[in-house]
Write a protein that binds this ligand. Structure first.
Ligand code: DGI
Ligand code: FE
Ligand code: FE
Length: 197
């Protein structure tokens, strides 16, 4: 993606996102590029996916559901009851349709940034982690520790984030998407195995 396109995307996001979400977005983009440097991923793709990951976040829930209906995007029962989860799916759709992104890895990183998925690509993990640790995030527990871990062992950071997210969801009325649970179990097992080897 050319620099001019990145500039255009930033301008468009500044208009469609509220101020805090825009600041978060910029934070995710530069945190993702830092992680890409650390782990040898594409810096360009990290910036692009970081910028676009929440592009559908500031849309009314009704509009989210209407877009899914119009474009035949499947909505699970959990998503029906928790439409905010759809911002990842719709974000990946808008990245293709509006922002003309065709790289499958970038699209998947946007699609899976909230729940993760078992067997994520390096870029998907980078966006998943960058979203949680970017410098404007303040509320999550254990942030200092997870921020350090992210630059030491990415898979361990993924497990820790999912564990804290599941603990948080269990303490609230938030309904757990089976994908969040499955991703946790996959990376928990993977990192335990690596410890034994
Ligand atoms: O969009 P952001 O706020 O930047 O970040 P995000 O897309 O990762 O969304 C974070 C929220 O998503 C956080 O409050 C935890 C929540 N979340 C993650 N997995 C699940 C979930 N919420 C529900 N209800 N179920 C899940 O499985
Ligand atoms: Fe998000
Ligand atoms: Fe985000």
């Amino acid at each position: 993606m050319k620099v001019t396109n990145i500039k255009k995307i930033r301008k468009s996001l500044a208009k469609t996102l509220d101020e805090d979400r825009y600041i978060h977005t910029i934070g995710v983009a530069y945190t993702a590029t830092s992680l890409a440097m650390r782990y040898g991923a594409s810096i360009e793709n990290a910036e692009l996916a970081g910028l676009l990951h929440d592009c559908a976040k500031c849309m009314e829930d009704e509009k989210k559901l209407a877009i899914c209906e119009k474009y035949n995007i499947p909505v699970t029962d959990v998503e029906k009851r928790n439409p905010f989860l759809l911002h990842a799916k719709i974000g990946s759709f808008l990245a293709m349709k509006t922002y003309k992104v065709h790289d499958t890895d970038v699209i998947n990183a946007i699609l899976n940034h909230t729940t993760g998925r078992p067997g994520m690509s390096l870029l998907e993990k980078i966006i998943f982690v960058a979203d949680y640790i970017e410098p404007n995030r303040k509320k999550a527990p254990n942030l200092a520790e997870i921020r350090q871990m992210a630059f030491i062992d990415l898979d361990s950071a993924v497990v820790r984030i999912l564990k804290d997210t599941l603990d948080y969801l269990e303490s609230t009325p938030g309904e757990i998407d089976v994908m969040t649970q499955n991703t946790y179990e996959f990376y928990n097992e993977l990192t335990q195995k690596n410890l034994v080897e």
